[in-house]
Ligand binder design. Structure first.
Ligand code: AMP
Ligand code: GLY
Length: 427
């Protein structure tokens, strides 16, 4: 098969490596990819939201299967766009259609969906400019802290947790009246703050059945011990030690099954990865958010733990054969640590040469590229998150030690990473 993978992050490098391992994959293309994906297949220049360009690439390279990594093209409707092209009607597309992708693309949509299908989530109300004053009153009477969320995609920055009513009203005004998040903030969801521990679970679903993939815990804050601003993710561990059989059963029963049934009942077209951001509270698991794709850096610990052929899994998803699939998972602990550019998640520079990459290939560790590119034979930084080092071992300590060891020997100007990933699980 000829496979085209859309995206350019560490997630896509991890997916590309697994796709390439399949003997069903003849030619792998990645658009636009990074310096790491170029070692797994052929990078193609493309904008992930230029659907006409992607359709042309699919035709040119006789693509049999298209896998969409990031959320933006999904939420903007890449699946529907490509399905309408007669010349691409036989192409297998992995990713939800536009309407189903709104589970991530609109927080208000996701909230109504959860309410309709009895899925535990924080209590909320939605506001727009039209009922701004009612929103201010709602905030004044709300318990603290208060969570404000821009409705649309805001690159992981659209959620603000406010400790005072004054702060919340000022943030509410910034979002709705001063258009802080542009279109994404035209609707605002105000919700109750949930106390608990966060974790992520992932499924592959064909819209009727699903398989539960390995779970993960992501470390979102820039600073050690979970301090400082939020990022796209500074590291991840999988498996998650507290995700025992009892919790897994609760998550399956209360959250995943009703979600998949809801997708079916609502007639949403979903063939792909679905990511559940959960808060495990004293009252059980709650959904914080849905994402219509895999997580990054969670993919870099989840996908390498799967022993099955990834192309087979995606074919089973497309052909609605998931009920026949038995997932085989490596027992090892995986720890991923992300190396980021100086200044990230704020302003950062690009084009810094990355040193010692080739010297640091060691057993049971993988260096995934995220924001990198090949600049006349030199690998240079090309984004906020630059590299993701995943290691596999019997314990979290050992795996974390290996990823840290590798990053201690790689260098680019301004490089920063968290050396404490998995800290709460270490003895
Ligand atoms: P999101 O962009 O929806 O993933 O939210 C970003 C982060 O905000 C989450 O990872 C949580 O840490 C936090 N968060 C979002 N909603 C809530 C909530 N209702 N209660 C507590 N924390 C939340
Ligand atoms: N690491 C969180 C995400 O991919 O949304």
């Amino acid at each position: 098969m000829n496979i085209l993978l859309i995206g350019s992050g560490g997630r896509e490098h991890a997916l590309a490596k697994s796709l390439k391992l399949s003997n069903k994959c003849e030619n792998l293309f990645i658009a636009p990819g990074n310096a790491g994906t170029a070692q797994c297949g052929t990078n193609l220049m493309a904008e992930v939201t230029d659907f006409a360009q992607i359709a042309a690439l699919c035709t040119l390279h006789k693509i049999d299967m298209l896998v969409v990594g990031p959320e933006e093209p999904l939420v903007k409707g890449i699946v529907g766009f490509l399905q309408q092209k007669p010349e691409l009607k036989n192409m297998i597309i992995i990713g939800p259609a536009d309407d189903a992708a709104q589970l991530e693309g609109s927080k208000a949509f996701a909230k109504i969906f959860m309410k309709n299908h009895g899925i535990p989530t924080a209590a909320y109300k939605k506001f727009t400019r039209e009922n701004y004053d009612a929103g201010v009153d709602y905030i004044k009477n709300h318990s603290l802290p208060i969570v404000l969320k821009a409705d649309g995609l805001a690159g992981g920055k659209g959620v603000v947790i406010c400790q005072t009513h004054i702060e919340a009203i000022s943030e509410f005004e910034l979002m709705l009246i001063k258009s802080k998040y542009g279109e994404a903030g035209k609707k605002v969801v105000i919700e109750e703050f949930l106390e608990g521990i966060e974790m992520s679970v992932f499924v592959l679903t064909d819209g009727e059945n699903y398989i539960l993939l390995p779970e993960a815990k992501d470390y979102k804050r820039i600073g050690e011990a979970d301090t400082g601003p939020n990022t796209g993710g500074m590291g991840a561990v999988s498996p998650v030690p507290f995700f025992d059989d009892t919790l897994k059963e609760q998550v399956n029963q209360k959250i995943i099954r009703p979600t998949i049934e809801g997708i079916k009942k609502d007639g949403l077209q979903y063939k792909g990865f679905l990511f559940f951001g959960l808060m495990i509270t004293p009252k059980g698991p709650y959904v914080i958010e849905y994402n219509c794709r895999m997580g990054d850096p969670e993919t870099e610990v989840v996908i390498p733990r799967i022993k099955n052929d990834l192309v087979d899994l995606l074919l089973a998803t497309y052909n609605k054969q998931l009920s026949h699939v038995k997932l085989q998972i490596k027992e090892e602990q995986a720890v991923a640590i992300v190396a980021v550019s100086g200044g990230y998640p704020g302003i950062y520079e690009k084009g810094k040469i990355i040193h010692n990459l080739d010297d640091m290939m060691i057993d049971n560790s993988i260096i995934y590229h995220a924001g990198t590119k090949n600049d006349n034979g030199k690998i240079v930084t090309n984004g906020g998150r630059v590299l993701v080092v995943s290691s596999f071992a019997d314990t979290i300590e050992e795996a974390a030690f290996k990823s840290n060891y590798i990053l201690q020997h790689i260098y680019f100007e301004g490089m920063n990473y968290r050396s404490d990933i998995g800290y709460e699980f270490k003895n």
